[in-house]
Design a protein around this ligand. Sequence first.
Ligand code: UVW
Length: 310
Amino acid sequence: MKAVDFDKLAENLRNWGRWGKEDQRGTLNHIDPAALCRGAAEVRAGKMFNLGINFDRNGPQDGSFRINPMLYVTALDQIMNPEQPRSRFSDDVVHMSLQCATQWDALSHAHYDGALYNGFSADESLSTSGAANCGVEHLAKPGIASRGVLLDIAKLKGTDILSPDTEIMPDDLNAACEAEGVSIESGDIVMVRTGWIGKFTQDGRDSFNGLQPGLSPLCAEWLHQKNAATVCSDNIAVEIVNAEMIGGEMAMALHMFCLRDMGMPLGEMFDFDALAADCAADGQYTCMLAAPPLAITNAFGSPINPVALK
Ligand code: UVW
């Protein structure tokens, strides 16, 4: 995207001050009682789908940028009280990148021109102690849950996994809504299925990493117009990973629009496959989505174990 086009669109999307000058939850403010009740009303059949991938040494990271979780046992089969040796316990420690698997990007995760969401100064906010402003703890309280709407773009395009060069455009999102008979309402969580997570779950990390399908930065405007609470996808970055995304005039433009201008967290590496199969079978593409991040103070992101209820 050309910098001049980027700047114009960014100005239109900017939510700074919309929820007060101290706000650090951004578009999650769209999740009001009506949105939560609409989500709860989608639970009719009593079905639950897990949308996370496992956190372990075999995760998607190849070590060049981030690390997969390493679990260390710090207490193994210990006796609690020598007087009562029947009761025992074990404890552990995990060392991992917070962004290594299914996760939310906090609003402090990416920025440009020295400012984070709501105009917080990057210099004053970011340090080796983390994010003094827009840390993930602000997304964690009270949490992230709302009606989720699965837009199965892979199915729309007649495939199970989109090709790496597929850039999902706003018209594709509209077409998926129409095909599925859904419309996005204020406070909904938009769940975009590319099918790409299957590269990891079926073939492993080498197939998963690298160029991959995802949203065009222009979809930020669509999300803004719909008053969506947030967006998550089953790829590495929500947005398409191509030469332009990395080497264009504005690198990671969707990240910049969403996190910095709109205040919209991004959910990455969700696994929608089981849910998508069920949606195709029963025709219900809406659910109650519960995906609260951990309240890790000052963190740039958080692992999650999201669930969809129908
Ligand atoms: C970067 O790659 C910087 O971010 P993300 O993991 O959110 O795509």
